[in-house]
Design a protein around this ligand. Structure first.
Ligand SMILES: [Zn+2]
Length: 187
């Protein structure tokens, strides 16, 4: 059980070409050299995954649906500016199309974490709920609602991450979204 309070589960993508294998160590390396570099505290590393110096996510989901842990859930992540303190970050490898195994792992992982940390399994409506928002969202949904109309619209997205609508995914029962499924290439 986490010692910090969790109110948001934020879904990300690695922004690497869809279907390209990417290792946890690669992501760790990118975060190490990122402009807004966020180094893990020595004590946190000693406790968990000491070889990862910088990774900002708590979980990464590979193309085959394998889940890799980055930071411990008790450790504040570095994945969503202004929202790290009370959130968990999950990263899908790819940009906007994911394998059926990734979709299945994401649904399972989000449902599991939501139950474990008492986060409602619903879209976290940031413009309406503000800092008190609880639930699940995509990184792009944390962009400021520039025109204040209560919806974070595409032109307001600071990033497109994770490349699909988490709101639609939740509303549809967490099944893979049309147009975002990567089918394995036939041999
Ligand atoms: Zn992101």
């Amino acid at each position: 059980m986490a010692t910090r309070q969790i109110s948001l589960i934020v879904i990300h993508c690695s922004a690497t070409p869809n279907g390209r294998w990417t290792q946890l160590a690669d992501i760790d390396h990118w975060h190490r050299s990122a402009p807004r570099f966020f180094k893990r505290a020595a004590a946190a590393r000693q406790r968990f995954n000491p070889d990862l110096t910088s990774i900002g996510y708590h979980w990464v989901i590979g193309l085959n649906g394998a889940r890799f842990s980055g930071r411990h859930v008790d450790e504040v992540g570095a994945h969503a500016a202004q929202w790290n303190t009370h959130s968990i970050g999950i990263c899908l490898i790819g940009t906007d199309r994911y394998t059926p195994d990734q979709w299945a792992a994401l649904a399972d992982q989000v449902a599991h974490l939501a139950k474990l940390y008492n986060v409602p399994l619903q879209f976290a409506d940031i413009p309406r709920a503000g800092r008190g928002a609880r639930g699940i969202c995509g990184h792009r949904d944390l962009s400021p609602d520039g025109n204040g109309n209560g919806i974070v619209e595409p032109f307001e997205w600071l990033k497109t991450c994770p490349g699909f609508s988490v709101r639609d995914w939740l509303a549809g029962g967490m099944v893979p979204l049309d147009g975002h499924v990567l089918r394995p290439v036939a041999d």
